[in-house]
Design a protein around this ligand. Structure first.
Ligand SMILES: [Zn+2]
Length: 380
């Protein structure tokens, strides 16, 4: 690859798209390339690889410019993409069409990463008086595994953090949380010719599921129309049900997965306690069926203060009001590490995760300008 071509945010995005980084594939080759681009600019590089044997070749790449101390700003993004179908128009071979650039990750979010790199390439790093970090993570799309590893083993201590997810370069300060778990029901098997001899776990699951959808309706009634989120209440979904062994056997086992999307300020554990109580209450008249709930994830919502200096600066610089986004991000994890986290990146979420993912080339250039100005504002 021609090195000079890598100093243009559009060409840089094209180059990054050419690395296949669907979440389950190793991202270390991609990170090695980012490192090659960052090192000549004077970055101190740190890799934080996953120790999990189920995640081979997965690394977070951290690059620091400026002084080695707390504070300053991070520009952050995830290196992985969602999968693509074989017949997709442009996947890892990007295509230009007018002022649009097509390819997997163009919008979510190799375009944002390219704009961050380009902003660094254009900046005179000898002027930094506070640290500037680039934090590029693995496996965001399948559970934010990379950033959660960072939080555990190498937490960033920055004051401000911009995450370059697609928001049309509007500052996003809010999104719902994400909580998920699995319900397992156990009954006792019998020949279906006389169901009285057993207890059907599937019948139990049906009762519990119905009760939980009743709870979902109550949550809808308890929503907050002014919260700015869509829909403005806590949602619940049961996305997968399994159970039983044969048509003529009373089912011994059944299970289903549940997800809940909490509003800002809600405690996911408290919501799960409510879910569990409702499930248990749905069963007493069904003798012989027991239910167990295993929570898997409880990630809180993003609720960044409108008054934070980073948010105010972004509102003024982008001439856009703050928005809420309908998708989960790494923002809450960066907030837990102590940063004011704001989501602001090129492209629109409606252009992402689809078979013809694209990004406006002008948006990539505008994002590079925005990030360079943010470095000036928060790190010099
Ligand atoms: Zn994303």
């Amino acid at each position: 690859m021609d090195v000079s071509s890598s100093r243009d945010p559009v060409k840089l995005t094209e180059e990054l798209i050419s690395y296949d980084t669907v979440s389950h594939l190793p991202n270390e080759g991609f990170c090695a390339r980012l490192e090659e681009l960052l090192e000549p600019l004077g970055a101190a590089i740190q890799r934080c690889g996953s120790p999990d044997p189920k995640r081979p070749g997965q690394v977070n790449l951290l690059a620091r410019f400026g002084p080695d101390r707390d504070g300053g700003m991070a520009l952050a993004g995830h290196t992985d993409t969602v999968p693509y179908a074989a017949e997709m128009r442009s996947t890892v071979v990007p295509e230009r069409d007018g002022r649009r650039l097509y390819g997997r990750g163009a919008c979510d979010m190799k375009g944002g990463i390219a704009a961050m790199l380009n902003a660094c390439q254009r900046f005179d790093m000898s002027r930094l008086r506070k640290p500037l970090w680039l934090a590029f993570t693995f496996q965001e799309e399948i559970g934010c595994h990379g950033v959660k590893l960072l939080e555990r083993v190498a937490p960033l201590r920055v004051e401000h953090c911009i995450i370059g997810e697609p928001t049309g370069l509007r500052p996003a300060v809010q999104h719902k949380g994400y909580a998920a778990g699995v319900f397992r029901l156990r009954g006792s098997p019998a020949h279906s010719s006389d169901p009285r001899q057993g207890a059907s776990a599937i019948h139990g699951a049906a009762r519990v599921i119905d009760a939980l959808y009743g709870l979902a309706e109550e949550w809808q009634g308890r929503g907050d129309p002014a919260c700015g989120l869509e829909p403005p209440w806590t949602t619940l979904n049961i996305g997968k049900v399994e159970g039983g062994s044969a048509r003529n056997v009373v089912a011994e086992h059944a299970s289903f997965v549940l997800e809940v999307r909490p509003l800002p300020g809600q405690d996911a554990a408290a919501l799960f306690a409510e879910v569990e109580r409702r499930a248990v209450a749905a069963l007493p008249e069904l003798r012989g069926v027991v239910v167990k709930f295993e929570p898997h994830e409880t990630d809180e919502a993003l609720a960044t203060s409108e008054g934070a200096p980073l948010v105010q600066w972004l509102v003024e610089r982008t001439a856009s009001q703050t928005i809420s986004v309908p998708f989960y991000t790494e923002g809450p994890t960066f907030s837990r590490m102590g940063a004011v986290a704001c989501i602001c990146g090129p492209g629109e979420i409606a252009q992402a995760h689809r078979e013809d993912e694209w990004v406006e080339m002008d948006a990539l250039e505008a994002a590079s300008d925005l990030y360079a100005d943010a470095i000036e504002a928060f790190c010099t």
